[in-house]
Design a protein around this ligand. Structure first.
Ligand SMILES: Cc1cc2nc3c(=O)[nH]c(=O)nc-3n(C[C@H](O)[C@H](O)[C@H](O)COP(=O)(O)OP(=O)(O)OC[C@H]3O[C@@H](n4cnc5c(N)ncnc54)[C@H](O)[C@@H]3O)c2cc1C
Length: 438
């Protein structure tokens, strides 16, 4: 996560870390260690702690401080289409031609990215597309049910917003091109209404007349603020006994007697079981276990404006431009875009500015001043499905690669990891999510 911010390291750590950086005796064996305190690690820790297990999260930054902190806040339960669908492939040449457009690949990164791109392209074809679609739809049904339960158990339901979303089109051609995607969603029971004129204006007053049609999706939900939600769910886990250690994990090993975690300061921790939920860095840890997983990062950018910047009634989606506007409790967030540029390149905040400039044109009257720019790293597999399953190494589980949907699928992932760790039958088939599917 990259942000123009003056927040201190200390200010980012969770309360337990401030009170007692590592409350157990050094050298004591962990029951379950989770690497990664993003929304996936938080939810896995919560489900396992609720099941009575002793869990410690290890994170180099804090709880919900990186990609999970600044995303677009959508519970996108109706977003079941794999990214590599045919419509998107058609748009690629136009998008790639604009260096600040919805999709960028820095030329120097292309050779490294190429194998992933080839897998991505294959995933959008025929049978594979249908398999991913069916798996994603099953995952989304679980995702919604699990989040609703977890919001209640953690006392965070007031952070849920059930306003739906409005996807906007600038031409008949753009609208018509979207119809096959809506038909695919309809097959999975997803409700939507195509709207125009007064109906569209009532759903979002003040839109530019360049938008001629829209699709309203009532089942789309958002949260008041993803960072506040992650921290509140963690507070629930902490109350039940989950713990945090502020440390970067340098190396891991796993065997029949459990896992060894080597921290950046050279000290080690032992755990009976290990969960890797380190977002866009997870494949680096999996490599220590001898597994190569084709995880890439789709870097995304946004600007969070003061709340008063514009009265946005629900999440607005500009698919043709690859960004959304989300009204949060803490501001108005304008952003999205995909930059397939790896984990080391510095951010290019000109991308945030380009989307903000478009937002100003799409919502005449929007005040673009006073914003905070941010970049996050979507952890993405080429078939748009996460990795949720057992590692080849014993006593180790993977929970990463949720791409654009990590917030949406976090509670379901927590549930599935709990089932795997406890040896219980999961409620959805895990083959499409297998770490060994590539
Ligand atoms: C612009 C943008 C908008 C998005 N909008 C949405 C949305 O609306 N809805 C949605 O569902 N999803 C959205 N996403 C995707 C979502 O944010 C991600 O899928 C999700 O945050 C990934 O969570 P995570 O826990 O896997 O990873 P992260 O949040 O990245 O957490 C991983 C953690 O692991 C830690 N870590 C990594 N390596 C190590 C190590 N070696 N030692 C110690 N700690 C380590 C990191 O410090 C980090 O805290 C968006 C993403 C972006 C960029």
């Amino acid at each position: 996560m990259q942000e123009n911010s003056d927040e201190t390291e200390e200010g980012r750590r969770p309360s337990s870390a401030l009170r007692a950086p590592f409350p157990r005796e050094r050298g004591e064996r962990e029951d379950i260690a989770i690497i990664g305190g993003g929304i996936i690690g938080i939810c896995a820790a919560t489900y396992l702690t609720e099941a009575g297990r002793n869990v410690t999260i290890f994170d180099r930054t804090g709880i919900c401080e990186e990609t999970s902190s600044g995303n677009a806040a959508a519970f996108a339960f109706t977003d079941v289409l794999p990214l590599a669908h045919k419509g998107m492939m058609r748009q690629l040449p136009t998008w790639l031609a604009d260096p600040l457009g919805p999709l960028t690949i820095p030329p120097a990164y292309l050779p490294k990215l190429l194998p992933w791109l080839i897998r991505f392209w294959r995933a959008g074809r025929g049978d594979r597309y249908e398999t991913s679609l069916a798996a994603q739809a099953a995952m989304m049904r679980l995702a919604e049910a699990e989040w609703m339960g977890l919001l209640d158990r953690s006392g965070t339901r007031p952070m849920l917003r059930e306003d739906g979303s409005l996807e906007l089109y600038e031409s008949e051609a753009e609208f018509r091109a979207s119809l096959s995607g809506w038909a695919a969603r309809e097959r999975y029971g997803i409700g939507f209404n195509h709207v125009e004129g007064a109906e569209m204006a009532a759903l979002q007053p003040g839109l530019s007349p360049r938008f001629i049609k829209a699709t309203f999706v009532p089942g789309w939900k958002t949260v008041a603020d993803p960072k506040l939600l992650g921290k509140a769910v963690w507070a629930h886990a902490e109350r039940l006994g989950a713990r945090f250690e502020h440390a970067r994990v340098a190396r891991i090993a796993a065997g029949a007697d459990g896992a060894t975690i080597v921290l950046a300061d050279g000290s080690t921790r032992k755990a009976n079981q290990l969960v890797i939920a380190a977002g866009a860095w997870s494949h680096l840890l999996a490599r220590d276990l001898g597994e190569r997983i084709p995880l890439e990062t789709e870097r995304g950018y946004n600007t969070t404006l003061p709340k008063a910047a514009f009265d946005v009634r629900r999440q607005l989606i500009f698919s043709g431009h690859g960004f959304v506007i989300t009204p949060l409790e803490t501001g108005l967030r304008v952003g999205g875009a995909v930059e397939l540029g790896g984990i080391e390149r510095p951010p290019n905040f000109a991308r945030s500015k380009a989307m903000l400039e478009k937002a100003r044109r799409f919502l005449p009257g929007l005040d673009p001043s006073g914003g905070r720019e941010w970049m996050g790293y979507r952890p993405s597999l080429p078939d748009s499905l996460p990795v949720i399953g057992r590692a080849r190494a014993p006593n180790t589980f993977y929970a990463f690669g949720h791409g654009h949907l990590g917030l949406t699928q976090a509670a379901a992932t927590g549930r599935l990891i709990r089932d795997l760790v406890l040896g219980q039958a999961p409620p959805v088939g895990l083959a499409p999510f297998s770490p060994q599917r590539f």
